[in-house]
Design a protein around this ligand. Structure first.
Ligand SMILES: Cc1cc2nc3c(=O)[nH]c(=O)nc-3n(C[C@H](O)[C@H](O)[C@H](O)COP(=O)(O)OP(=O)(O)OC[C@H]3O[C@@H](n4cnc5c(N)ncnc54)[C@H](O)[C@@H]3O)c2cc1C
Length: 1010
């Protein structure tokens, strides 16, 4: 059935027959395309000749080699000497599979003898690989490409390499280059007659100049948690591009990046086109990704919007280039993947979306961007059925890929546009690696074709594909198929509208309900005191969060006595019942996730995402320790020996005192409290005086979960009196503490003193501070390292024991890192944490602010202030306890700011000669809590594993945000006693081990043991 077939003919056919007829038409178009492609053979990277083709061939056969090769390609542009190139080559590819070993070892041996020669050859190989996909390094190459494409009947769109920008000057440069591209293309287009692909239905000329823009490169420091703010920031640099495009009659397309930017990208398109200035032009479009389960809804909404506004928009339909990343990130966070998980589902969605596009040509201008012949054929067949002019839609393909398909489509009279990426290799590496992965993906069409799949297979319909309603929307909790004892609670995804609305609502409700009075709870009885603690919002100190009673030494004594009285019954409660209380508490908190999150924002000054992550951590502690208690409930056989049964089991220690800090007022407090409780101990909880209301809510959750009265006492009060008294009390069996080094060391001494009448030696579980360093190697990816440093150093205003307070940079990259770090730090959003997208809020109180500022003064005397953020006047006027983030350079190891924990947004940057020096500096402090290392050298990463001595070492990632069970957390030296919160074995701190050995031999007869 060709163009012009009356659609009414379909009416006489049933749905099945219709589908069969369409299938037949798709197959016919597909066969025609394949036949034409054979007449225009175009070697892709898989079939090219030469050394890099051989590498590709090996990569296809050996996934490990592929991973190592692509990692080497990724690091190569960052290496500045031949020696470094050869070293990395050896580290990545020196241990490759046997098939490649001989060839490689010969090459590597030669490389050792003549590194310069080898490095030159390697660079040339990778450059050749890059040239396959990158149109040119310089903008001058563009005009030539436009001409070459036009000669082949192909239109062009240009994309500037480079993705998320870190600083304003980087975004300015991106803007300037985009304007330049528009001008160059416009000039070039004037000199070349329009190819057929630049002519629409009836020969109507289409915009000759076509620019593709990655929205995330338009502004640094924007947060998808705040789409309105993000759209405003991105619009500032998109407007000049649109103005120039409008003058030149150009078309601007927004690329679609990872799903976290999807809502912002679509909102940006709509909002900018609604601005009066762009009411009539330029023409704009957006890429939509068929692999996202929600794209059908998004397309429907876009069509409705375009129709309502009378503004036709271009839609480039792609399958999506970030599939692996989306799946990995969603799995890490416990979210349902936002993408279809079977290739056939994506292909089927592509076909449904194609139909929608072709049926709504009044609202959208479709561009089918695919290298898959079936995907092209189905679009053509559907368009033909609708009787559409083939010039009413276009095909798009990437530079360096599927040239045969481009030629075949042009020969059939279709419009084809080539997507040309231009720019320097370094920012282009992510693009190159994506293309290499795409070409070598086993499921990909190109690979299948290269592997010799026949036409029937290549053109087969995407079988067994699910319909659009079969998947949970992205960001929704997905049950794990395998029943596991413990699973981390998934956090809220604030890139989505619904969780944002719930958080806003919770903030309003909790905010309206503040100011209550909370009594002490001792042995299940409420006790009011004359003295009170007042808790305030650190961003608005005039806002009282609540008032709570404040214990004296007398109440401390009473609490221990009550806890002793409650101990026998609770210790005798079956472990399963105790564990069930924790599971119910987890459910209680999870049901109120947003309310708890809102309280953390208001009482502790936490930004939204940090508050939400803390709620998840509290839930995790409950569930994880419940699972651990169940595990320990069954006595363990110690050794199998005939005639004797030996079992180890555990009994609770007794009465514990929990003293916890304000910086994780829910998560740390929950962990310290529920671990001893589930182990059968009774607990007196002394929360921090800055955040007693969160603690009261936790007690409510535990009571609501069925914790018997008296098992847990709530005892806020001054540390020096009530706190000290609790710890000194002879009735106390253990102390679980997290806080400052000064207090922790003091309590350790108290625990070491044995008073008359004391039943047990006191156990101390003690976690203190850190002076955590991130070491940056000279081959590190600074685009990754800098955001991770900023988040680790300044997230929650640096008030985490795991926060990064030192950066140790290798000499070769020190200056560049410092300069880019300072420029990126300028984009940090400092403000009220109740506002979504805020990165840095206030510090906890006036005392903390004074102390941090004193350290900063010391820093100014010792070192050089390389960056200090400016606080907006309204923040200063708000009375909130804000401290501007600061970065000090030229810091030496002896300086106070390089040694002492500051607990605020102050970062010291030190320079290291080499890795020996770097690890010596990193380890050369009193603490050993958390640390990070950024490097792309496998050998250096291995060294860090061995030599960087901290409790929690993070490689090539930020150093905060430990996750229960995944990253058991805690350090040694002056960071703590070596216990690991959230890890196996933690519960044992609150238990005594017992072993029972029974002789089972009677008169020489021993039963058979199972
Ligand atoms: C002109 C042009 C512009 C582009 N712009 C963008 C853009 O803005 N944003 C963007 O993300 N991509 C963009 N792309 C890249 C594009 O997403 C990939 O090139 C494309 O996905 C490859 O699909 P294909 O139809 O050519 O090949 P196929 O081989 O048919 O499809 C491969 C695709 O299937 C999907 N897939 C693979 N495995 C699975 C699985 N197990 N489950 C579900 N789905 C799976 C993935 O999307 C993969 O890329 C663009 C491509 C072109 C040609």
């Amino acid at each position: 059935m060709g163009p012009g077939t009356p659609a009414s003919a379909d009416a006489v056919l049933g749905a099945g027959a219709l589908a069969r007829a369409l299938e037949g038409e798709i197959r016919a178009v597909g066969l025609d395309l394949l036949a034409r492609m054979d007449r225009h053979p175009a070697p892709g990277i898989l079939s090219a000749k030469g050394a890099h083709a051989r590498l590709m061939e090996w990569a296809l056969r050996d996934p490990e080699f592929k991973a190592q090769l692509f990692r080497f390609v990724d690091v190569l542009p960052a290496l500045d000497s031949a020696g470094e190139v050869v070293r990395h080559l050896r580290e990545y590819l020196g241990h490759v599979a046997p098939a490649q070993r001989t060839a490689f070892q010969a090459a590597l041996a030669a490389a050792r003898l003549a590194p310069a020669l080898a490095a030159g050859t390697v660079r040339a190989q990778v450059a050749a690989m890059a040239r396959q996909f990158v149109t040119g390094e310089s903008l001058d190459d563009l005009a030539a490409r436009l001409r070459a494409n036009a000669a082949a009947g192909i239109a062009t769109t240009v994309d500037l390499l480079g993705e998320a920008v870190l600083a304003e000057d980087e975004a300015d440069a991106f803007l300037a280059r985009n304007l330049e591209v528009l001008d160059i293309l416009a000039r070039a287009a004037e000199r070349v007659a329009p190819p057929a692909s630049d002519l629409g239905p009836g020969g109507r000329p289409l915009p000759r100049v076509n620019l593709s823009v990655k929205p995330s490169a338009l502004a640094p420091g924007v947060s998808p948690h705040d789409p309105e703010g993000a759209v405003a920031a991105l619009s500032r640099r998109l407007r000049p591009i649109l103005r120039r495009a409008w003058e030149l009659g150009a078309f601007v397309n927004l690329d679609m990046e990872s799903v976290r930017w999807k809502e912002v990208t679509l909102a940006l398109l709509r909002s900018i086109l609604e601005e009066p200035e762009f009411g009539r032009g330029p023409e704009m479009g957006v890429a939509l990704q068929a692999y996202l389960c929600e794209t059908e809804q998004d397309l429907a909404a876009l069509v409705a919007w375009a129709r309502e506004r009378g503004r036709r928009v271009g839609v480039r339909l792609v399958k999506g280039a970030y599939w692996d990343t989306e799946v990995v990130l969603a799995r890490q966070r416990g979210w349902a993947p936002p993408v279809w998980t079977r290739k056939a589902e994506t292909d089927a969605a592509y076909e449904r979306l194609s139909a929608v596009l072709l049926e709504n040509l009044d609202a959208v201008a479709p561009a089918f961007a695919t290298h898959n012949v079936r995907s092209c054929a189905q679009a053509i067949a559907r368009a033909d059925r609708l009787g559409l002019d083939p010039r009413a839609y276009e095909f798009q393909a990437l530079f360096g890929m599927a040239d045969d398909l481009k030629a075949a489509l042009v020969a059939r009279g279709h419009r084809v546009r080539e997507y040309c990426a231009v720019g320097a290799l370094l920012p282009g590496m992510a693009y190159l690696v994506r293309r290499l992965l795409e070409n070598t993906s086993n499921e990909g069409f190109l690979r299948q074709r290269h592997a010799g799949a026949d036409a029937a297979r290549l053109l087969a319909p995407p079988g067994g594909a699910a319909g659009p309603q079969t998947r949970a929307p992205a960001g929704v909790v997905q049950a794990e198929p395998a029943a596991r004892a413990f699973r981390n609670a998934p956090g809220a995804d604030f890139t989505r509208a619904e969780p944002r609305a719930r958080m806003r609502d919770a903030l309003a409700r909790v905010g309206a309900d503040l100011g209550g009075r909370w009594p002490l709870v001792i042995g299940g009885r409420e006790v009011r005191t004359r003295a009170e603690l007042t808790s305030v919002n650190p961003a608005h100190p005039e806002q009282v969060i609540g008032r709570c009673a404040s214990a004296s030494e007398g109440e401390a004594d009473a609490a221990i006595v009550a806890a002793r009285a409650a101990f026998p019954a609770w210790a005798a409660t079956p472990p399963e019942e105790r564990a069930a209380v924790l599971d119910r508490a987890a459910a209680w908190i999870e049901e109120r996730r947003f309310r708890f999150g809102a309280l953390l924002v208001l009482e502790a000054g936490k930004p939204w995402d940090e508050a939400d992550a803390e709620v998840s951590e509290a839930i995790d502690f409950c569930r994880f320790y419940a699972a651990e208690a169940r595990r320990l409930a069954t006595p363990r056989r110690t050794q199998e020996v005939p005639g004797e049964r030996c079992h180890e089991s555990w009994v609770p220690r007794g009465v514990g005192v929990v003293i916890s800090p304000w910086n994780f007022p829910l998560a740390i407090l929950t962990g310290l409290t529920v671990a001893p409780l589930v182990a059968g101990n009774t607990v007196v909880m002394k929360p921090s005086g800055e955040t007693p209301i969160v603690a009261a809510w936790l007690c409510e959750a535990l009571a609501g979960a069925g914790l018997p009265p008296g098992v847990l006492s709530y005892l806020p009060g001054p540390g020096r009196t009530a706190g000290a008294r609790l710890c000194e009390h002879p009735g106390t069996d253990f102390i679980a503490f997290t806080g400052s080094r000064e207090v922790g060391c003091g309590l350790w001494e108290i625990a070491g003193r044995t008073a008359p009448g004391q039943a047990n030696l006191k156990r101390m579980v003690c976690e203190m501070g850190g002076k955590n360093a991130i070491v940056v190697d000279d081959d590190a990816d600074l685009d990754e390292a800098i955001p991770a440093i900023l988040q680790s150093a300044f997230g929650y205003a640096g008030q985490k024991c795991s926060a990064c307070s030192r950066v140790i940079a290798l000499a070769r990259i020190h200056d560049r890192l410092l300069e880019r770090l300072a420029a990126a730090a300028r984009t940090l959003r400092i403000g009220d944490p109740a506002v979504p997208g805020t990165a840095v809020g206030p510090v906890i109180d006036g005392g903390a602010r004074e102390k941090i500022l004193r350290h900063a003064e010391q820093g100014r005397r010792e070192a050089r202030l390389a960056f200090q953020a400016e606080l907006a006047p309204d923040l200063v006027a708000s009375g909130g306890f804000y401290v501007p983030p600061m970065i000090f350079a030229d810091v030496r190891p002896a300086h106070v700011i390089a040694r002492e924990e500051i607990f605020g947004p102050v970062l010291a940057v030190l320079e290291a000669r080499d890795l020996d020096d770097a690890f010596t500096l990193a380890n050369g402090v009193d603490y050993a809590l958390a640390g990070g290392f950024f490097s792309r050298s496998p050998a250096a990463l291995e060294r860090a594993r061995r030599e960087f001595l901290v409790g929690n070492l993070y490689l090539n990632r930020g150093i905060t945000g430990a996750i229960v069970e995944r990253h058991p957390f805690g350090g040694f030296r002056m960071s703590g006693g070596g216990t690991k919160a959230g890890g196996r074995g933690y519960l044992e701190n609150f238990l005594f081990p017992r072993v029972v050995a029974e002789n089972v031999v009677r008169r020489g007869f021993a039963p058979d043991e199972e």
